[in-house]
Design a binder for this molecule. Structure first.
Ligand code: ADP
Ligand code: ASP
Ligand code: MG
Length: 400
């Protein structure tokens, strides 16, 4: 089999951990597989590099940030390769560029455009284990780019897709995908299987166990994706097509997104075209607007609320300054978004009611709500986030 194994930050967090990973990789090789490994930076390393840059500037050039941040992954790929070589396994480490990963030109959140599979294949055919630095690629002009936080997951899935690998294993510090973050709710249960669509929702709603775009890509390229722990041999979670899952629970999981901020515009002129102007400004600034609420108009004006990622709040503020209207603007970062996800919701009613009831019984006020076929999201005060996750987890009996 051709297997792509990705090891996250904690899994390669120390030299001892890198040694342990080398042993795991060697075992898979001994079992007769061809192995491509994708590694993250050692845990905390990317944040450390960011803080170094912030020491000099509040607004560093994104091109330089990419050059800086890509270094973290290069260190681990080289170290792991050196360790494997020493154990007697022919191994080649590669940066994103050397692995043939071409991206668009949007520094710090580049998208993969293509992968030249020959780069890795050549080494595999030569009998090597290939260790690729995750999270990075190269633009058409030869500039180093990175793929957004958590982007090593995407590197792994994209490589697995390009090489038509039999399996893509994401090794992390939990046994798989749980009904909710086990750090918040110790009673959370590991799921044996979950559909691409549910995983996509959970990831985009805050479950960082997999990066959202990696799940998107896995679905598109039909990659056999498994998440499991690098600390034990427990079976992980298979992320697969909906039809491969026999029994669909109504609710599969609860997610918490702490990276949210709310913007409220008061006294917005109530006439056609105003919302379009506001959201055009935001999209021109590359801000991802999520929930939107507009109140019923009164006296020719209305109030408009929406959420944006907290780390795009500065961009949002700049965009709002460019509006030439009379509304006042308020910003609130003390909010979180809690969501429940499940494909079974499509065929069940009353799911939302249970969520609203549960939070109201805990005395938690719902500030915004949005729903789709397979999810319900609620914005609440940040201080209630974890309480809400546990209460909802209980209400839908996810620990049973
Ligand atoms: P890595 O460094 O391996 O990429 P991450 O820290 O990015 O690992 O992701 C793993 C973490 O995701 C876990 O430690 C866990 O706290 C968190 N997490 C959030 N939601 C979930 C979930 N539903 N199932 C499993 N882990 C989750
Ligand atoms: N090191 C990068 C990050 O911390 C990418 C990754 O770990 O997936 O976001
Ligand atoms: Mg991660």
């Amino acid at each position: 089999m051709l297997i792509v194994q990705k090891y996250g930050g904690t899994s390669v967090g120390t030299l001892e951990r890198i040694e342990a990973v080398a042993k795991r990789v060697a075992k898979a090789k001994e079992d007769g597989n061809d192995i491509v490994v994708v590694v993250s930076a050692m845990s905390g390393e990317t944040n450390k590099l960011i803080s170094y840059a912030e020491n000099f500037s509040n607004n560093p050039k994104q091109r330089e940030m990419d050059l800086l941040l890509s270094a973290g992954e290069r260190v681990t790929s080289a170290l792991l390769s050196i360790a494997l070589n020493e154990m007697g396994y022919p191994t080649v480490a590669m940066s994103g560029r050397q692995a043939g990963i071409r991206t668009d030109k949007f520094h710090t959140k580049a998208r993969i455009e293509s992968i030249n599979r020959l780069c890795i294949e050549k080494e595999i055919n030569g009998g090597n284990i290939v260790v690729v630095a995750g999270f990075q690629g190269v633009t058409e002009l030869g500039e180093v780019s990175t793929l957004g936080r958590g982007g090593s997951d995407l590197s792994a899935v994209a490589i697995a897709g390009a090489l038509e690998a039999d399996l893509c294993e994401i090794y992390t510090d939990v046994d798989g995908v749980y009904t909710t973050d086990p750090r918040i709710e110790p009673k959370a249960k590991k799921l044996d299987k979950i559909s691409y669509d549910e995983m996509l929702e959970l990831a985009s709603l805050g479950a960082k166990v997999l990066q959202t775009r990696s799940v998107e890509m896995a679905k598109k390229l039909n990659v056999n994706l498994v998440t499991r722990s690098s600390f034990n041999d427990n079976e992980g979670t298979l992320i697969t097509k909906e039809e491969n899952i026999m029994e669909q629970p109504v609710v599969s999981g609860v997610a918490l997104d702490r990276n949210q901020a709310r913007v409220t515009l008061r006294g917005v002129t109530d006439k056609p075209g105003i919302a379009a102007e506001i959201f055009r400004k935001l999209s021109e600034s590359n801000v991802n607007v999520d929930m939107i609420i507009q109140n019923v108009g009164h006296d020719g004006t209305t109030n408009l609320g929406f959420t944006v990622p907290q780390n795009e709040l500065d961009l949002t503020k700049d965009a709002m300054l460019e509006l030439n209207a009379s509304q006042s603007v308020e910003y609130d970062s003390e909010i979180v978004k809690v969501s429940i996800v499940g494909v079974g919701m499509k065929s069940h009613s009353g799911v939302a009611c249970t969520a609203f009831d549960t939070l109201s019984r805990e005395g938690i006020n719902l500030e915004m709500i949005s729903t789709s076929e397979i999810k319900i999201s609620m914005v609440i005060a940040a201080k209630y986030g974890e309480l809400a996750v546990r209460a909802l987890h209980d209400a839908y009996k996810l620990d049973e």
